[in-house]
Design a protein around this ligand. Structure first.
Ligand code: V47
Length: 379
């Protein structure tokens, strides 16, 4: 027999009692006639229960070692063909220069992803990590999405675990959450039909978690997907987290249409951004952190998101290309003072964290000297 239809009161009761929300609850929260401020208030209760009044950030940089990619995902403005003037693959010297710049600017993390270059061997990708780790051992390398790991399977015919072991040996510290897009095949088949499917994405993250690696997870929203595709996506992530506990943060990614195969679609509104953050916080009751990625949300919406479920604003960021190629108008980077001010203005206490969510302690007289301390408190 079908259960009772959800209401705001029934959902509020569950949230206050710490009970899990159902698929139908998630759909109800997405309805335009479910008041956004009420959804946000519930998400904020959970956010404060899990992370208090803190707004986390880190000092980080991005490295996209190549943009040449065999895939043609319709939402991507970053990829290039090899013979296109825009196509590039970085030399070891260029990669090391980025590492030096990162360390000289106090970065604790380098976020490394890129295209699947058909003329670069597996060893080239392993080498990206190895040279950075050897030269800058203090820099945490958060690298390769599940889609790249699947490409390395194709290149090497090795199993996922053996590839991850090679990467850890070369310097991999954790994995970012990209490549998730929308898991549901009705959407995935339309926007990125050739790349790793949901089953593969989960196999890679499950294997990483079993090896003790922490990973992040994402959802690309605001294109052709519908509410039930998003709720299905969140429920699938929640199920793996129940099994492994290996996800540390969820990042909802708002679609940016410029220069993509979906340029006719309008970018999602701030209302949609805030609702998606809040619904994600409420559905993903077992993932400790929610990130409001300021690069794609814009500074104002990212600040507001800190009261709609998010407890993290990502980092200072340098050299971001994926969103800026797709029309993001946010700055290329923020200073530490800027990011702390954004968090304070939003009524939260700024705390610098490292990639694995430990507090970062910096020497007061020389901020480039830092060490990771205790894990941040999170329920
Ligand atoms: O997988 C690509 C998305 C992702 C567009 O783990 C686009 O900490 C919007 O995963 N409009 C890569 N989105 C970025 C990513 C990420 C970002 C920040 C932090 C972390 C983390 C991960 O960006 C891709 C895809 O879902 N994407 N093109 C676009 N036009």
């Amino acid at each position: 027999m079908p259960g009772k239809s959800p209401t705001l009161d029934s959902i509020r009761g569950k949230v206050m009692a710490g009970e899990r929300l159902s698929f139908d609850d998630g759909l109800f929260l997405y309805r335009p006639d479910t008041p956004l401020h009420e959804v946000g208030e519930l998400a904020n209760i959970v956010r404060e229960r899990m992370n208090g009044n803190v707004g986390y950030y880190n000092i980080n940089t991005h490295l996209n070692a190549t943009n040449v990619c065999v895939y043609r995902c319709t939402f991507c403005a970053f990829r290039s063909d090899l013979r296109d003037p825009k196509g590039y693959a970085m030399s070891d010297e260029q990669i090391l220069a980025r590492g030096r710049e990162a360390v000289e600017n106090g970065c604790t993390e380098m976020h490394i992803v890129g295209g699947l270059h058909h003329q670069r061997k597996y060893e080239w990708y392993v080498n990206v990590l190895k040279i950075l780790r050897d030269a800058y051992p203090g820099l945490h390398l958060k690298a390769w999405t599940a889609v790249e790991i699947n490409w390395f399977e194709f290149l090497t015919r090795k199993p996922v675990r053996a590839i991850l072991e090679d990467m850890v040996e070369a310097g991999l510290g954790s994995m970012p959450g990209g490549g998730a897009e929308i898991f549901h095949p009705e959407v995935r088949g339309e926007i990125c039909e050739h790349k790793a499917d949901a089953h593969k994405w989960f196999e890679v993250h499950r294997t990483a978690h079993e090896m003790g690696l922490r990973t992040n997870c994402t959802m690309l929203y605001g294109h052709i997907e519908r509410d039930y595709h998003r709720i299905d996506h969140l429920v699938r992530l929640r199920e793996l987290q129940d099994e492994t506990g290996g996800f540390q943060v969820f990042i909802p990614l708002a679609f940016h249409p410029d220069n993509t195969g979906l340029a006719h679609i309008k970018k999602p509104s701030a209302i949609m951004d805030l609702r998606t953050m809040a619904v994600s916080r409420l559905m993903l009751d077992n993932i400790p952190h929610m990130k409001a990625y300021w690069i794609m949300l814009g500074l104002g919406t990212a600040q507001a998101a800190l009261s709609y479920g998010a407890d993290d604003i990502d980092g200072t960021v340098r050299h971001e290309l994926i969103y800026h190629d797709a029309g993001a108008t946010t700055p290329q980077a923020l200073t530490v003072d800027d990011i702390r001010r954004l968090i304070v203005e939003a009524g939260r206490e700024p705390v610098e964290r490292d990639t694995l969510y430990h507090r970062v302690h910096r020497d007061e007289t020389d901020p480039l000297r830092w060490h990771s301390g205790e894990p941040v408190a999170s329920v």
